[in-house]
Design a protein around this ligand. Structure first.
Ligand SMILES: Nc1nc2[nH]cnc2c(=O)[nH]1
Ligand SMILES: [Zn+2]
Length: 448
């Protein structure tokens, strides 16, 4: 057993599998000096206190009534888009990209501007309890390197992608095919040379309309030229006009999903945002490639894209995680993603005439709070190929954790006598905010 260097005493809640929460009212969580979890013990089952606190040199941290949960994992966010968060929400995807996104992202050609604004964005995610975030940057190499440096400096766990765009883009935000591929290679080398597991590169073609076939092919080859393959993230089947455009551009492919697949971009280290309108054959393809789906409900509502049937994906054995899609979604809060995922699933359920009262395991059953929490932690971890490292408090994983205080100064949550731990937890999920997230840890290091 590794030597505990710190032992947290408090209430633990984490997700072991979809819908299966473990609650330990009085737990001891031991963390070693490299930030790994040494053990999680239910102190009520220990014969003596020596079993969980008596370790030479270990600091004991008493959390009292505070609750310890795993950090949130945002499977899809655009770091430059924090600069126009909450604006342009009256437009659908393609118009929003033209009017808001592309002009704002062009400003990130300046690495100094980029560094200042990336710092604001990363802090905001971190302070909202996002311990791991999968970021899209922009097409700009130096600025994307700056994002990597900031993620490392602030202590977050980040998957970072230099965006590729070599067609159908405005003149102020487009690359040559060769430059795009070369810069992606340089970026990957830059991140891998850091030799820090907290930050990893992701191959990030923006979406099919923005990337030519030769570039997609080059990116697919680049991904599998590494062992294990470099992760791939993109957007898939988000908006119906986008899908029609892709099918018109790629008559050689039967579906949007098969365009990615035929360029070697779908594998078990790929994850695609949205996938709202994927047909059965596309879902079968995602499942057979073990590619994950990142559900971004706020964005799907805000850009009027559609409502994903998450239950169906889960029943079909497809990996599902949650994302904010800042700023298609108007908040970096994963608590909001949890809430909106629950509401989206209820809208699907109601639309199908499902009777929520029956509780039958149907194709359209809404998500429970425990299931939505699972998607925001373990679900995203599995999509991002981080399931063995983070997502819950199993021994040997990294201690990526949030300390919740429901009685914090200015808290939006009222606490009443007799509230059970699970009632308090549900209230945090639906009513709480960053004021309740008192402490944030990534690999054992405090970042808030
Ligand atoms: N939501 C969202 N969809 C996209 N599709 C292509 N680019 C984007 C983007 O920046 N946001
Ligand atoms: Zn997005």
């Amino acid at each position: 057993m590794a030597k505990p260097s710190r032992i947290y005493l408090g209430t633990v809640i984490h997700s072991l599998s979809l819908g299966c929460l473990e609650v330990i009212e009085r737990a001891a969580v031991a963390v070693d000096k490299s930030g790994r979890i040494v053990f999680v013990k239910d102190t009520s089952k220990c014969a003596t206190t020596a079993d969980y606190i008596d370790f030479p040199g270990a600091e004991v941290v008493e959390l009292g009534a505070r609750i310890l949960i795993p950090g949130f994992i945002d499977g899809h966010a655009h770091a430059p888009q924090q600069t126009f968060l909450g604006t342009g929400m009256h437009l659908p995807l393609l118009k929003w990209l033209e009017a808001y996104t592309f002009p704002k992202e062009a400003k990130f050609s300046d690495p100094v501007y980029a560094a200042a604004h990336y710092r604001t964005a990363v802090k905001r995610h971190l302070f909202n309890g996002t311990t791991t975030c999968s970021y899209f940057a922009t097409i700009h190499l130096e600025s994307t390197k700056a994002l990597v440096d900031i993620v490392l400096e602030l202590g977050q766990r980040g998957l970072v992608g230099k965006v590729n765009m070599d067609r159908n883009s405005p003149p102020f935000l487009i690359e040559e095919t060769d430059t795009s591929l070369k810069d992606t290679q340089t970026f990957i080398d830059y991140v891998l040379t850091k030799n820090n597991p907290l930050v990893q590169p992701v191959i990030t073609p923006r979406f099919i309309p923005s990337v030519t076939s030769p570039l997609l092919t080059g990116l697919g080859q680049l991904s599998i030229s590494h062992t294990p393959p470099i992760r791939v993230q993109s957007h898939l089947s988000e908006n119906r006009n986008e899908i029609a455009w892709v099918l018109q551009m790629h008559p050689e492919n039967p579906t949007y999903t098969s365009v990615y697949d035929s360029h070697g971009l779908l594998h078990d280290r790929s994850y695609m945002a949205h996938c709202i309108w994927c047909t059965q054959s596309e879902r079968d393809l995602l499942q057979s490639r073990s590619t994950g789906v990142i559900h971004c409900p706020n964005s799907n509502f805000s850009l009027s894209s559609g409502i994903l049937n998450v239950r169906r994906l889960l029943r079909e054995g497809i990996k599902v995680g949650l994302g904010t899609d800042v700023s298609g979604g108007y908040t970096p809060s994963m608590l909001d993603a949890i809430r909106q995922a629950v509401i989206a699933s209820k809208m699907v359920s109601i639309g199908q005439g499902s009777d929520a009262e029956t509780g039958n395991e149907g194709e359209y059953d809404a998500l429970s709070y425990a299931e939505a929490f699972h998607l925001a932690t373990m679900g995203s971890a599995e999509c991002l190929s981080l399931g063995d490292t983070v997502g819950n408090f199993l021994e040997g994983k990294d201690f990526d954790a949030l300390v919740l205080n429901l009685r914090a100064e200015g808290s939006p949550v009222d606490v009443f006598d007799g509230d059970s731990t699970l009632e308090l937890f549900q209230r945090f999920l639906f009513v709480g905010d960053d004021r309740n997230i008192e402490q944030v840890y990534v690999a054992g290091k405090r970042c808030k």
